[in-house]
Design a protein around this ligand. Sequence first.
Ligand code: NAI
Ligand code: MG
Length: 331
Amino acid sequence: MAHRIAVIGGDGIGPEVTTEALKVVRAAGVDIDTTDFDLGGSRYLRDGEILSDATLAQLRDFDAILLGAVGTPEVPPGVIERGLLLKMRFDLDLYVNQRPFVGTAPGHSAPHDFVVIRENTEGPYVGEGGVLRKGTPHEVATQGSVNTRMGAERAIRYAFELAVKRDGAKHVTLVHKTNVLTFAGDLWQRAFNDVAAEYPGVGTAYNHVDAACIYFVQDPHRYDVVVTDNLFGDILTDLGGAVSGGIGLASSANLNPARTGPSMFEPVHGSAPDIVGTGKANPTAAILSAALMLDFLGEHDAADRIRTACDQAGTGSTTEIGSRIASVVAG
Ligand code: NAI
Ligand code: MG
């Protein structure tokens, strides 16, 4: 049976890199049946749709969603992020954001290989809060952070399951700021301790987020699986990308591990309007995101072959890199 994939190429370089990712998946011999969805900034400017409930209902029927990048300079920041990316995360319950980091950090000689599990549906990103007396000297803004035991625990549990399955050190590090964010931090720490007790074969550590920023740069080899909340994860994963070969290589999965709907896979980078149409976009991040998709669909052999081929990608234009990876994968 073919895997049914909804493809949202999006804006800018999104469609360029997504085309290469699909080329590589097909070269790996995986049977996919794709349907294109025209969504993103350009679509919004044309007829006002960001992501309607009807479109979302259509997306629910697919096995997975592959996204390029969305956002155009003409649309104010936040409109597409909240209306499309965050809406998908919340409505499809994509509660795990998984980002692998393989690379050699500046100043190091040996490569690191770790993965960050970011809670993807709670924290400060739920939009709790408000503003009073806007535009006056007495303006007040609050932005709460929502942390549920269920939400923290399911992300933590996913991290431990991954540590067991992964070919790594069998180790999970909790990153938070428990010394200052004492309410949320306490909930996370207790959830972490309780889940850890169920996995005696997995080692554990705790880092404050500020210390983790130092270790990501100076000692990334200490990590196997890192689990953290939505906001810390957003920031830490950009740092992880920066010490792992940069934005052209950073891939991500937005997962619904309970499989009550499709999961979504996308490169970390945006639509890069500065290089659209020049052939300078590196498709590797999109191709590695497609490999994460294949893992989630149970196509582990194809996913491994794609990752190995990406190591030999070399340089060139968007299509040159994509075609080279495709031909290595095809064997
Ligand atoms: P960006 O990631 O699009 O670009 C940042 C810099 O990295 C640019 O110089 C760009 O040329 C370069 N770059 C990005 N991807 C590259 C690739 N594959 N190969 C080579 N170079 C690459 O971030 P920026 O400029 O902040 O945002 C541009 C637009 O993308 C905005 O509308 C933003 O909202 C949107 N965006 C969308 C995301 C998504 O779809 N998940 C994520 C981040 C930004
Ligand atoms: Mg980010």
